[in-house]
Design a protein around this ligand. Structure first.
Ligand code: Z5A
Length: 226
């Protein structure tokens, strides 16, 4: 049986170095003579991605439940393409995935120091947030680039988008911690990397996890949370 390629996800907070590290891994994989494709969520180019883009830039307002479902729909838009790449032997490197979806949406529902206006809708919980992403292609490895928001801030500062605020990033980090505790039981498919180290130290550590997967896998692509 021909092997299929691995699906590798990089997760982390804003400014944790996801984009930088994906580019380094992509080059190393290409230099090793293998096919690799990079994707990023949200994919702002699709019709749903354009709605998300407008929301993130604060050009439109949407209820938190609605935007959560849009982020998930954006992943479903690419789900069959991901599976097809993997079955063609193309390694998929993905910048953010369903875990970001859960972490950001649940973090928005956590209590804050500043009181928010009362809502008629229920808060977003982990089980509610996970449901729309169940059965998406499951990553074979997720590398969570962990960084304290105060260290991330030093890296050129946060941008102008809706979620680029230190208080929210702190709450997101704590939800990512909870997701990591749930996921870490799963055959080391979730790995925490200290993203506060130097660029080369981080990429060396990441490569140590990625390299063993490069020759492909015998199993078919898994399904998330099934
Ligand atoms: N979101 C959501 O709510 N729900 C979902 O389902 C999904 C996403 C998928 C999309 O942002 C927003 O959507 C995101 C989550 C939410 N909101 N936030 N925050 P995005 O994808 O467009 O932006 P981002 O993911 O936050 O990426 P970023 O700001 O570009 O950060 P990054 O890719 O992790 O970092 P970087 O660009 O590689 O590096 C940042 C700077 O740090 C740069 O100057 C580097 O040279 C420097 N750097 C990187 N690594 C190091 C080290 N090790 N040392 C020193 N300096 C470094």
């Amino acid at each position: 049986m021909t092997k299929r390629a691995p699906f590798i996800v990089i997760e982390g907070l804003d400014r944790s170095g996801k984009t930088t590290q994906i580019e380094t891994i992509r080059q190393r994989i290409q230099n090793s003579g293998r096919d690799v494709v990079c994707i990023k969520f949200p994919d702002r180019a699709t019709p749903i991605g354009q709605m998300i883009d407008s929301y993130l830039r604060s050009q439109s307002d949407l209820d938190d439940h609605v935007v959560h479902l849009l982020f998930s729909a954006n992943r479903w838009e690419l789900a069959s393409t991901i599976i097809s790449y993997l079955n063609q032997g193309k390694i998929v490197l993905c910048d953010r995935y369903a875990f970001s979806g859960i972490a950001f949406s649940v973090a928005k529902s956590l209590p804050t120091e500043v009181e928010s206006p009362p809502s008629d809708l229920p808060p977003i919980t982990l089980p509610w947030a996970r449901a729309p992403d169940a059965s998406l292609p499951a990553p074979d490895l997720t590398l969570f680039l962990d960084i304290a928001p105060q260290v991330a801030r030093v890296r050129g500062g946060y941008g102008e988008e809706r979620y680029e605020k230190e208080d929210l990033q702190r709450r997101v980090r704590s939800v990512f911690g909870e997701i990591g505790r749930e996921m870490s039981g799963e055959d080391r498919k979730w790995v925490v990397v200290d993203a506060g180290l130097s660029l080369s130290a981080v990429s060396q550590e990441i490569w140590g996890y990625v390299e063993p997967l490069l020759d492909g896998l015998d199993s078919s692509v898994g399904r998330l949370w099934t």
